[in-house]
Design a protein around this ligand. Sequence first.
Ligand code: ATP
Ligand code: MG
Length: 228
Amino acid sequence: MPIIKLENISRSYKNGQVVIEALKNINLSIEEGEFISIMGPSGSGKSTMLNIIGCLDKPSSGTYEIAGKRVEKLGDGQLAEIRNEFIGFVFQSFHLLPDLTALENVELPLIYRGLIGKERRKKAVEALKSLGLGERIYHRPSQLSGGEQQRVAIARAIVGDPKVILADEPTGALDSKTSETIMEIFQELNNERGITIVQVTHEKSIAEYSKRIYHLLDGKIERIEDLA
Ligand SMILES: Nc1ncnc2c1ncn2[C@@H]1O[C@H](COP(=O)(O)OP(=O)(O)OP(=O)(O)O)[C@@H](O)[C@H]1O
Ligand SMILES: [Mg+2]
């Protein structure tokens, strides 16, 4: 059973009289443990697709199943639960809260889960250490480099043991050396923890860390490229 299954997914936006079809009849199945990339020109629908996969947005039509559950049948509370327990998000601009330390940022998803302080801290410290940030736990985002901030964001994404990581241009704001480090972390999370990874990227060299590339064009899957 695929962990993510989109069937005939369309998403249109209406602005006044203009309707933009951001996604047109997308069919996509992702098995647990896959590492895939989504590529395509600006405006081709990559973020729209990732947001639907992450239950941050709803399709206009079609069906979406995550781990066998029909998403359109879930209420807001259940959707929030799936996002919190099942999915870790990583963004181009990190999305860390500036007034919180690295540790507090990583603890956040566990607060929503109702974990008590001590347990929470232990897990967050472990996650930060696993990303080589043991010496940075009391730093605020402004006191960290871009690569370190993205590693904090990855620690936050994995602290709750998600099945899936969704990353929208995770290396878009980083230099090539730092980008490599982030991709090596993704490969390790995929190989060693079996986390399913779906990333959006503009760069072929970044997509090549994954095992399959979905090329989007004008809201459609134009081509699927399998990498050896
Ligand atoms: N909230 C919205 N309201 C109206 N149109 C939108 C909205 N969000 C996206 N769109 C349109 O949908 C299309 C797909 O947008 P999307 O953000 O998915 O593109 P993208 O492939 O992620 O592009 P980029 O590489 O620039 O990030 C675009 O034409 C965009 O203008
Ligand atoms: Mg985008």
